[in-house]
Ligand binder design. Structure first.
Ligand code: CP
Ligand code: NVA
Length: 330
């Protein structure tokens, strides 16, 4: 089947089929290979993209910028306080302005409906660089990394630990369900993905053969795992006041050496990053002062271990985002 994603938006994983996601992963693999060999891919010369960031970023911003330059495009970065968006100008108006100047728009911000509305009015492809509900470009990078490590996706056991009801847990559950990866959310009940989304994941899983499991039991949840994944306990945009409750609720679900030992011997550790695994960050130091914790969602031992593939994931953000821009613009 021939896949054509030209002019399509990239807003959430559920909008894509297994074949389309596989096509993007294959394209990313090819672009990565070309980058390593120094083969130019600047076929989008003359095009320009706008990168809107209402929340901060290291990986996503740099991945979009480097990928745009490698494809021959110009790009403009609009920082959290550097535009009129939302304050003096509506999303619909912003979309219609930027759509007249740019060939594609990346958006990172708050509610999913904002990026959906941007896409509705822009008239050019819009790519979601993270919303509260969804982080689709991260999922592509994670799946490329898993494919590189295991040579396949189907049939692997993927375990997500911690706050599974936010952007990462949601998108990974749906992505796994589409691709035929068995997905377990290992978390306290109140941090399970929402019921509607779980139902959608179950539907998709019927087709792909994946199993979707929600469990509070760390031992049962992590045994036979091929991949152990976690994310920060408090996401961007959430108030500092929630830290106390999150630590109380989620400490039991910290990825530590006991968790890794309980998984398969060949298991890998993944994290979208940034991660709180030591005291070398301002937030890390503040949390230690307030709650006496030296590491949070993952211990430094696991983060720095041979099982950790977090920097491969980070690199793959660039190759996969390049694939998304190329596929939707060319
Ligand atoms: N993983 C990720 O999206 O990282 P940034 O917040 O640095 O972009
Ligand atoms: N859940 C995190 C992901 C960061 C890439 C956040 O939204 O801050």
């Amino acid at each position: 089947m021939s896949i054509n994603l030209k002019n399509k938006n990239f807003l959430k994983i559920i909008d894509f089929s297994k074949e389309e996601l596989t096509y993007l992963l294959d394209l990313a693999e090819d672009l990565k290979d070309k980058k390593k060999k120094g083969i130019s891919v600047d076929t989008l010369k003359g095009k320009n993209v706008a990168l809107i960031f209402e929340k901060t970023s290291t990986r996503t911003r740099c991945a979009f910028e480097v990928a745009a330059y490698d494809l021959g495009m110009g790009c403009t970065y609009l920082e959290p306080s550097g535009s009129q968006i939302g304050k003096k100008e509506s999303i619909a108006d912003t979309a219609r302005v930027l759509g007249r100047m740019y060939d594609g728009i990346e958006y990172r911000g708050f509610e999913q409906e904002i990026v959906e509305s941007l896409a509705k009015y822009a008239g050019v492809p819009v790519w979601n660089g993270l919303t509260n509900e969804s982080h689709p470009t991260q999922i592509l990078a994670d799946f490329l990394t898993i494919r590189e490590k295991f040579g396949k996706l189907e049939g692997l056991n993927f375990v997500y630990m911690g706050d599974a009801r936010y952007n990462m847990g949601n998108s990974l559950m749906i992505g796994c369900a589409i691709m035929g990866i068995n997905f377990t959310a290992c978390a306290p009940k109140k941090y399970f993905p929402n019921k509607d989304l779980v139902e959608k994941a179950m539907e998709l899983a019927k087709e792909s053969g994946a199993k979707i499991v929600l469990t509070e039991d760390v031992k049962k949840g992590t045994e036979k795992a091929d991949i152990i994944y976690t994310d920060v306990w408090v996401s961007m945009g959430e108030p500092d006041e929630v830290w106390e409750e999150r630590i109380k609720d989620l400490l039991k679900y910290q990825v530590n050496s006991d968790v890794m030992k309980n998984a398969k011997e060949s298991a890998i550790f993944m994290h979208c990053l940034p991660a709180f695994h030591d005291l070398n960050t301002t937030v890390g130091k503040e949390i230690e002062k307030k709650f006496g914790l030296k590491e949070m969602e993952v211990t430094n031992e696991v983060f720095e271990s041979n099982q950790s593939v977090v920097f491969d994931e980070a690199e793959n953000r660039m190759h996969t985002i390049k694939a998304v821009m190329k596929a939707t613009l060319e």
